[in-house]
Design a binder for this molecule. Structure first.
Ligand code: RAM
Length: 887
């Protein structure tokens, strides 16, 4: 039976979002069809202010009319001006190529946030003005509602972090809100749906506040403790309840609130948390609690940053892991091994006498004696700031009586091991559960193949990605927790292919622009409290601003991000032009942590300078700015001439010192003069051979080399390289017990075991092995290219990617000399499919004979293309199980 449906109705990349604060939000939908060749030829979007009006087809906010277009993403709302808190009910209708109605969506909704700062009626309040650490404040107030509640929202900016409670219950399951921003430019507020928590009569709203990134009070190399924005935790809240009779009750933060400290005696994003359950105030967040002994909240200055809606998925507990083993390396010192390097918290569950003090220290490495190695994860922090500072440590003091269960609230840790002291007796596995905590963006990509080492690499990459995914992309979850820009752009393509990250990266590109100085300079970590603006990091890091905006355009067709970021991009390229000498940029970190051979920094820095200028040209053309396009195109040409004049040696067809990174940088960035490419590529192949088919690269080369090999038709060499287990290789880490990607190829002492910067390999698996590739001319996978490579001894491979236009699947299986290829092309998208093989005569596609040398243009339908001579193999084309921990 023919089946058509619309799913993933989204606004600003999120389904049914609350608190949208852009005036012209963008809508999207995905068409699913069981039949081949189903396409949208026209659409109509209807937006109404009530469900009822929408049902009656009365689009009082916006009726797009019948639009002849097959676009289904980035559809800009162009209706009546949207007011704060407006609830927008919408649906979409499609027509097919024959002009007949195709399908109509179910109603969907989005809701606007508070759009103007003047619409916040409350005041910023705090317990104290003193920024020096003080136990975490509790804030509360009671109020009465005279009617049942139809709908209620709480708009909350509680800095550094907040937890919201209503009538004795924590609202939702969000953690570590709001996301980290440059608080003196922008602060995020969260919109909570609290309808279910309120009732007629007496109610109470209450919050706990943590220090987070807003009030870092521990010293570190990056001086977060001296950020200009640093202040004591504070709160701005606006609660709006629409009552059954239509009346709107508003409760806001002000001097009438009461405050006290409670059980959280210490909280620090790096240090951890200390919770003395004996200091709880039972009933503190319920109505009727006697707060007469509490202090009056102080009205304080708010942060300088503009209030802005948090439009990314929240952080929350995403997974629970039972420890595998418990050892006792020293009497009374218990070490829980989770078997997985992760980011999150340990949840304690136990029963014991009041006053029992349990200390848990977290690390991802053990010392020789079996206790945890604290220095390995906090090397920098401890070494520079004195060992007395607490690091990755949670302490819980029991109140006694009934069994108790607790985890820290205002921090997270990077760890595989938790070392516990103070346990009354001998703990067992029920006493501790490891919880992963990160931004909860859905997993949308999968890869699996017959090579178990590749599967391990893929899994480790997924873990390292989510372990570094905490409202900003970070380098590592323990030592630094910093938004290192280089690490992030190197991992961004694989992040976009595997996780629903468009909203997240949109936020982070905003963070990058917020961090830029008027000179165009960018810091190495974003956000920063001021550290990292020296010329240390350089273009290979700073280009994150330009590259991630470009990736959002390529992977999601997002033009708005290019428009918005364009002035910042240009400012950055102009800054480099001022800093360049004769077209060469010489400063920066370069090919960071190389295996053996260092590559001269000017090579990679100038490479990014060129790439940035080229992207600017494309963006200028695209945005209709021919003047800039010409200007930056001339600049790009001059950089290219300077690069070749300075680094190219024609006799050897080599660049600079001939390292893998130098050669692949020139090719990857498109700097090689036309006509020389093949010779330079041959030089690279010889160099790889000399390096015994190992990647002698740092983090930049690790992205260039495999991609250049693929582009020049030798993915088989990359396969050989990825298949190594001796130094330097991914396999070398796994031989040493890795479950995540590491910071250094040689795994030297005191370096991290949980970095994502070598993670592009997971994107390469999709691009090269199953062969899913975007087409830059039809961004957002509106059209894409499938070009699989049957590499090495692989017998099968399969990928899934839930793209902006719907689910793409590619699976192949080799049996003897036969290859079965299954491809799923989403409806309303098209694909060009390359079939590997030498003899066109033997290729059969879904019942028809095709000449091999013509590319197969398959018009959409959820078509399973397969060779009819073969039965479908197990799992091919359909969904498949992931081995190992499910993310
Ligand atoms: C380290 C970080 C990061 C890297 C910088 C240059 O401290 O962990 O990975 O980008 O150095």
């Amino acid at each position: 039976m023919r089946r058509l449906m619309l799913r993933k109705l989204r606004c600003e990349y999120v389904e049914a979002p609350l608190g949208i604060d852009v005036q012209r939000p963008r809508l999207s939908w995905v068409l699913e069809a069981s039949d081949r060749a189903q396409r949208q030829a026209a659409y109509q979007v209807l937006v109404a202010s009530t469900e009822e009006l929408l049902r009656r087809g009365k689009a009082d906010l916006w009726d797009s009319g019948h639009v002849n277009s097959d676009h289904s993403t980035q559809i800009e709302y162009r209706g009546r001006e949207l007011r704060s808190c407006a609830r927008c009910h919408w649906k979409v209708r499609l027509w097919g190529a024959d002009g007949k109605p195709l399908v109509q969506s179910k109603p969907a909704v989005w809701e606007m946030g508070l759009l103007e700062s003047s619409e916040w009626h409350g005041k910023w309040i705090a317990r104290t003005e003193d920024p020096a650490y003080q136990p975490a404040p509790l804030l509360r107030r009671g109020f009465t509602l005279r009617d049942t509640v139809k709908r209620a929202r709480a708009y909350v900016c509680g800095l550094g972090y907040h937890e919201l409670y209503i009538n004795g219950h924590k609202v939702g399951d969000r953690l570590l809100d709001p996301g980290f921003t440059r608080y003196d430019r922008r602060v995020l507020y969260v919109t909570h749906d609290i309808t279910e928590y309120l009732r007629p009569g007496d109610n109470a709203v209450a919050l706990m506040l943590g220090t987070g990134w807003y009030n870092v009070h521990t010293a570190s190399t990056w001086h977060h403790e001296s950020a200009a924005w640093r202040a004591s935790p504070r709160l701005l809240l606006e609660l709006r309840a629409t009552l059954a009779g239509g009346r709107i009750e508003t409760i806001v933060s002000d001097g009438a609130w009461k405050t006290a400290t409670g059980a959280i005696q210490y909280d620090s994003i790096y240090g951890g948390e200390t919770y003395d359950a004996r200091a709880e105030h039972p009933g503190w967040s319920s109505p009727g609690f006697d707060d007469s002994a509490w202090e009056q909240a102080k009205v304080v200055q708010g942060p300088r940053g503009a209030l802005s809606a948090q439009m990314i998925p929240p952080m929350r507990v995403c997974n629970a892991i039972e420890p595998r083993t418990i050892t006792e390396p020293r009497r009374g010192v218990f070490v829980f091994d989770t078997g997985q390097n992760m980011a999150g918290l340990a949840r304690l569950t136990l029963h014991g006498p009041a006053g029992t003090r349990l200390v848990m220290k977290y690390s991802d490495q053990l010392s020789a004696d079996g206790t945890i190695n604290e220095l390995a994860n906090g090397g920098h922090i401890l070494a520079f700031s004195g060992p007395s500072q607490q690091f990755q440590t949670d302490t819980y003091v029991l109140k006694g009586g009934a069994p108790e269960s607790w985890h820290a609230r205002f921090c997270y840790h990077g760890f595989q091991y938790v070392q516990m002291t103070g346990f009354p007796g001998r703990p067992d596995r029920e006493n501790l559960t490891a919880l992963t905590v990160h931004t909860d963006a859905k997993s949308i990509g999968r890869f699996e193949c017959s090579n178990e080492l590749f599967n391990k690499i893929w899994r480790a990459t997924q873990w390292s990605f989510v372990n570094n995914f905490h409202s900003i992309p970070t380098d590592c979850p323990h030592r630094e927790k910093n938004g290192w820009t280089g690490d992030s752009h190197l991992a961004a393509e694989q992040g976009l292919l595997h996780f629903d990250t468009a909203a997240f990266y949109t936020k982070w590109v905003t963070d990058l622009a917020d961090a830029q100085r008027d000179t165009g300079e960018l810091p190495g970590i974003v956000p920063t409290g001021g550290w990292g603006y020296d010329e240390w990091n350089g273009p290979a890091w700073d280009s994150a601003l330009i590259l991630i905006a470009l990736y959002l355009y390529l992977y999601h067709g997002d033009v708005r991000i290019l428009e918005r970021t364009y002035p910042s991009m240009r400012r950055y390229v102009d800054y480099l032009t001022r800093r360049a000498e004769a077209g060469i940029v010489s400063f920066g970190l370069g090919d960071w942590v190389p295996a053996k051979t260092e590559t001269p920094v000017p090579v990679t820095s100038t490479g990014y300078y060129y790439a940035d200028a080229k992207i600017l040209v494309r963006a200028a053309e695209f945005l209709g700015n021919p003047h800039d396009a010409r200007r930056y195109s001339e600049l790009a040409d001059s950089i290219r001439r300077a690069f070749n004049g300075t680094f190219y040696d024609d006799a050897s067809a080599s660049y600079a010192n001939g390292s893998q990174t130098a050669l692949s940088c020139a090719l990857y960035q498109g700097l090689v003069e036309p006509g020389n490419e093949d010779r330079v590529f041959q030089t690279l192949l010889r160099r790889i051979e000399q390096d015994d088919y190992h990647m002698d690269v740092g983090i930049l080369g690790a992205k260039y080399v495999p991609n250049v090999l693929l582009e020049h038709g030798r993915p088989d060499i990359a396969y050989r390289i990825f298949n190594q287990t001796s130094f330097p290789s991914y396999g070398y880490w796994f031989e040493r017990g890795a479950t995540t990607l590491w910071e250094t190829w040689d795994a030297r002492e005191n370096t991290s075991r949980n970095h994502i910067m070598f993670g592009d390999v997971a994107a390469w698996f999709h691009k090269a092995i199953t062969g899913i590739n975007l087409d830059p001319a039809a961004p957002g996978f509106k059209h894409f290219v499938v070009k699989p490579h049957v590499l090495g001894d692989l017998t099968f491979a399969r990928s899934e990617y839930d793209s902006a236009h719907g689910l793409i699947k590619v699976a192949w299986r080799r049996t003897g000399s036969r290859l079965q290829l299954d491809v799923r092309v989403p409806a309303n998208a098209t694909a060009t499919i390359h079939v590997p093989g030498r003899n066109p005569a033997v290729v059969e596609v879904a019942g028809g004979e095709y000449r091999f040398d013509t590319e197969l243009q398959l018009i959409a339908g959820s078509s399973q293309q397969r060779n009819k001579r073969h039965k479908r193999g197990p799992g091919s084309g359909s969904s498949f199980q992931l081995p190992g921990p499910v993310l």
